[in-house]
Design a protein around this ligand. Structure first.
Ligand code: F6P
Length: 343
């Protein structure tokens, strides 16, 4: 077979491990050829390709980012976009496409499969862990380890200054990163998009800590978290430049409000893209490798329109359309565990 592979959406640690695994399995065990499209769906649209061999994809397992580069290009928003993808696949004599992406990329892939009959298989990636039908996507474990380490560091400076430190983390639609990272880093309050927060609850928790002699506090807030008070949320302001809203800002606002209402010196730190950069953890390297090998198997078995997913310890095949509609919210039982440590 001749197989194309692309990585779409935001990058995350583990993408190179996937590319390496797809190539190794396809070339070594199926005697197939693999070609990489560059920059997500922009690759097939603009004929940007890279031949991939076992040699060129060796030594990649520990490298962050994606050698194929990535973009959020949506062919359905462009003139004749889907047809240009189909033409590109034909031009390169490809039998199938492996698409590695998050919810948006999987939604595009699903439309290409359902509406245009493109033979493709998806692999879920996202640091946010909000893709439905898979327990975990790779990238998430690396992100939460970065958050936990950042919180360890924030702890020592918070203690030294008797400060409240607010750490804003990624998580556009869901609080997985905030909750896992926050529990691991011993957060004293965690704010997530799934549960609009009352400012007084946050303030009371901090005051309670001070009343029992803890003169510092560490809070973790998802970028997508909101207050239960519309007037406060309005202060965040719409910052929409590319059709996607730029969510960063809740951490700074929360810090200002906490300082105002408690009188305690408060600072905010936004981890931002640090959470997406650098080497994947061992867990993400292994998960990405398992996904890549399985996706290569699925392509060779003709299991198109499917996505590889993790259920418990096992890999399963699920229809892409189930993964591509909506988001997987944070497990609120886990949030309840984190609440035990608030205040
Ligand atoms: O979807 C992954 C993610 O990292 C989100 O957590 C975040 O909101 C978004 O990407 C940021 O996107 P960009 O890198 O385009 O600013």
């Amino acid at each position: 077979m001749r197989i194309g592979i692309l990585t779409g959406g935001g990058d995350c640690p583990g993408l190179n491990a996937v590319v390496r695994a797809v190539v190794r399995r396809s070339v070594k065990d199926y005697k197939s050829e693999v070609v990489g499209f560059l920059e997500g769906f922009k690759g097939p649209l603009e004929n940007m390709i890279m031949p991939l061999t076992m040699q060129s994809t060796g030594g990649l397992i520990h490298r962050g980012g994606t050698i194929l580069r990535t973009s959020r290009t949506d062919p359905f928003k462009l003139d004749n976009g889907p047809q240009r993808i189909i033409d590109s696949i034909a031009r390169h004599r490809l039998d199938a496409l492996i698409v590695c992406g998050g919810d948006d990329t999987c939604a595009v892939a699903n439309r290409l499969y359902e509406e245009h009959g493109v033979n493709l298989v998806c692999i879920p990636k996202t640091i946010d862990n909000d893709i439905k039908t898979t327990d975990f996507a790779f990238g998430f474990d690396t992100a939460i380890n970065i958050v936990a380490e950042a919180l360890d560091r924030l702890h020592t400076t918070a203690e030294s200054h008797n400060r409240v430190l607010v750490c804003e983390v990624m998580g556009r639609h869901s609080g997985w990163i905030a909750c896992y990272g926050g529990i691991a880093g011993g957060a004293d309050f965690i704010l997530v998009p799934e549960k609009p927060v009352n400012l007084n609850d946050v303030v009371s928790a901090i005051k309670q800590r001070h009343a029992r002699g803890r003169d510092f506090s560490i809070l973790v807030v998802s970028e997508g978290a909101r207050f239960d008070d519309a007037a406060l949320n309005e202060q965040l302001g719409p910052q929409d430049q590319t059709g996607r809203s730029n969510l960063a800002g809740i951490g700074e606002l929360l810090a200002r409000l906490i300082e105002r209402d408690t009188g305690f010196e408060t600072r905010a730190t936004t981890l931002g893209h640090i959470q997406r950069g650098g080497s994947p953890t061992a867990f993400d390297r292994v998960l990405a490798t398992r996904f890549g090998v399985k996706a290569a198997d699925m392509v060779h078995e003709g299991k198109f329109g499917q996505m590889v997913a993790l259920r418990g310890y096992d890999l399963v095949e699920v229809p892409i359309k189930e993964a591509a509609t909506g988001y997987k919210p944070l497990d609120m039982d886990l949030y309840k565990v984190s609440e035990v440590f608030f205040g």
